[in-house]
Design a protein around this ligand. Structure first.
Ligand code: PEP
Ligand code: MN
Length: 352
């Protein structure tokens, strides 16, 4: 069980998976393996064999011949490979060629019937299974795939956060929406989580920043696409990095301590105390605010006024956003906070 969360907590070393988006030839796989096996943080080499593509006609992976090369290179170099499975038959083929770690891609995780079929093929196997987040920002669908795997007896499970398909991605290939991954982590605290900066970023120049953010957010590791000659790659050419850039990335990657020492705690204590005091004050004020909403509700009821008054609400938002700007607070954050408070205030008035 070397993948379990407690192993990672104890060792505090990021778990790194690296390798090309797809296997393209024996020579390409050999070349990248030769380099990656010398980099100690790399625990597994990723290499896609079946590629679910958005549009027909793109390179869909080499299939079984690629598995044969992986098997022989795994023996020769003493490395472990992993690849995506997208159908139940792929599980049997991986098994046949000695691939013990597989992942479910984002399109598969979004499809519970396919997850179920793959799980049936995995029943009672000792494979390690990585689950990418579904293409849509739905943490429950992601958790559902974990539950289905557990139901068929898979215990070595990791999650991979690869971002979400949104209409506006803010410059990323797949919007990171870190908060969706946070929800997954809160619900599944025992599942190690890796970040896939390659599929989030979609561009070489974004990989390092995203990887560092993931470490800041206490991810357990990374899955990074590394190709010996990225610009010539048959799939995802824009986002793969070469081994040299990858080595620099590893050097710049600090893993952060999960456990605070007594000294760390002492340093943080005075500021944490102030935060605690402020939170308590915020909650006391919130209580007073809701109390006022109730008084307002009685007046509205007596005068037969509707609870929701759009003009008043627009004026409140405009006033608070002006203040937020003057205080250097982000408008989106304050707007979201006000909307939550307003929704609760309306509920209090309706249900009084
Ligand atoms: C991949 O890892 O190459 C891949 C296609 O992943 P995803 O399912 O995240 O798109
Ligand atoms: Mn890819």
């Amino acid at each position: 069980m070397y993948f379990c969360k407690s192993f990672m907590d104890k060792n505090n070393i990021p778990f790194i998976i690296a390798g090309p988006c797809s296997v393209e030839s024996y020579d390409q796989l050999r070349e990248v393996t030769e380099t990656l096996r010398q980099l100690s943080p790399v625990r597994l080499i990723r290499a896609g064999v079946w590629k679910p593509r958005t549009r027909p006609g793109a390179f869909e992976g080499l299939g079984e011949p690629a598995l044969r090369w992986m098997q022989s290179l795994a023996k020769e170099y003493g490395v472990n490979y992993c690849c995506e499975v997208a159908r139940p038959e792929h599980v049997a083929l991986c098994h046949q060629y000695g691939i013990n770690t597989i992942w479910l891609g984002a399109r598969t995780t979004a499809n519970p019937f396919m997850v179920e079929e793959i799980c049936n093929a995995l029943r009672s196997s000792d494979m390690t299974v990585l689950i990418k987040n579904p293409v849509c920002p739905d943490a429950r669908l992601w958790i559902g795939a974990v539950e289905r795997l557990r139901q068929v007896g898979i215990t070595n499970i990791m999650a991979v956060h690869r971002g979400f398909s949104m209409y506006h991605n803010n410059g990323y290939r797949n919007a990171p929406l870190w908060e969706v991954a946070m929800e997954f982590r809160r619900e599944q605290p025992d599942i190690p989580i890796l970040c896939d900066p390659s599929h989030i970023g979609g561009r070489r120049d974004l990989i390092e920043g995203l990887s560092i953010t993931a470490m800041q957010l206490d991810y357990d590791g990374l899955m990074v696409e590394v190709h010996p000659h990225p610009s010539e790659a048959w799939s995802d050419a824009d986002q793969q990095i070469d081994p040299q850039a990858f080595t620099i990335l590893l050097d710049n990657l600090h893993s952060f301590n999960r456990q605070l020492s007594d000294n760390d705690t002492a340093h943080l204590a005075p500021l944490r105390q102030q935060i605690d005091d402020i939170d308590h004050e915020l909650l006391r004020l919130m209580g007073q605010r809701m109390e006022l909403s109730q008084q307002i509700a009685h007046i509205k009821q007596a005068r037969q006024l509707s609870v929701y008054q759009s003009k008043r609400w627009e004026a409140v938002v405009a006033d608070r956003l002006r203040l937020a700007e003057a205080l250097g607070l982000r408008a989106d954050f304050i707007k979201e906070l006000l909307e939550k408070i307003h929704a609760e205030s309306i509920r209090v008035q309706i249900e009084k």
